[in-house]
Ligand binder design. Structure first.
Ligand SMILES: C[S@@+](CC[C@H](N)C(=O)[O-])C[C@H]1O[C@@H](n2cnc3c(N)ncnc32)[C@H](O)[C@@H]1O
Length: 247
């Protein structure tokens, strides 16, 4: 898998500011995410659903966008040929590399780089996956990442995205997810009320988390020319969307 060098997206002032914010946030929080992710049953279910929808096979060249400390990349590596694992936080990539070497996994290449700047040769990849990362991108950068991924895939290759997927209350699923999140936090008393205030700010101002609905993801996949696009709700807020590059 070669890189063609010319970076594509993420060059506006808004994108640059977001990339810098994500880098700071995730460098600060890398160890606690690394520590907690494996014990979170909801997250594990989403990772497993991404793997199932990806149908990984021996010899495949795989890219994991926003790989964190390797929750998906290290799950796929023993099955496939190679994995390029990309994350904006150097600390996450360091954790991924140390987990890979502890597990004797030698076919994962970590790249500390924003997704928005990754540029690979067209048709050079069999599978692009991402878990719980793309909601951190600005909406135009999400669509650009899907278009870029579609371009990297060989005909018949797959893009599979697992993420929190809900809008701001336009449909019944959105409203059910938002109310269940609120109910959970309310039950925690004053600590939960503080989280509600903080999360409402993040959600309304969309400066840290920018989830969009399953339908919005389906539209992005379809607009990028992917076919057989399917959206699968997994747990509460989380869903998986997959699509295939036409042959
Ligand atoms: C919630 S964690 C998920 C990590 C991992 N994929 C998992 O399933 O546990 C989100 C990850 O996305 C990464 N991230 C956020 N914005 C990014 C960007 N613009 N480019 C690359 N990585 C990014 C963060 O550094 C973080 O590691």
């Amino acid at each position: 898998m070669t890189t063609s060098g010319a970076p594509g997206t993420g060059r506006t002032a808004g994108s640059r500011a977001n990339i810098a914010r994500q880098q700071r946030f995730w460098t600060r929080n890398a160890r606690s995410w690394d520590h907690g992710a494996g014990d979170n049953p909801g997250l594990v279910k989403v990772v497993e659903r991404v793997v199932a929808e990806a149908r990984p096979a021996p010899g495949q060249r795989v890219v994991d966008l926003g790989c964190g400390s390797g929750q998906l990349a290290l799950r796929l590596a023993p099955i496939v040929g190679s994995v390029v694992a990309v994350d904006v936080s150097r600390t996450m990539i360091d954790l991924l590399e140390s987990h890979a070497s502890a597990a004797g996994i030698g076919n994962v290449e970590g790249r500390a780089l924003p997704i928005e700047h990754l540029d690979l040769a067209p048709g050079s990849v069999d599978l692009v996956v991402s878990n719980y990362a793309l909601h951190h991108l600005r909406d135009p950068d999400k669509a650009a990442a899907v278009r870029q991924a579609a371009g990297w895939l060989r005909p018949g290759g797959r893009l599979v995205v697992g993420d929190m997927m809900f809008g701001r209350g336009a449909d019944a699923r959105d409203r059910a997810i938002i109310s269940s999140k609120l109910a959970l936090l309310l039950r925690k008393g004053p600590a939960g009320w503080w989280r509600i205030a903080k999360n409402a700010g993040r959600f309304l101002l969309r400066f840290q988390e920018r989830p969009v609905s399953m339908n919005a993801w389906v539209e992005m996949f379809t607009a990028a020319g992917l076919v057989d696009v399917v959206a699968i709700p997994v747990v509460n807020e989380a869903a998986v969307v997959r699509g295939t590059k036409a042959r």
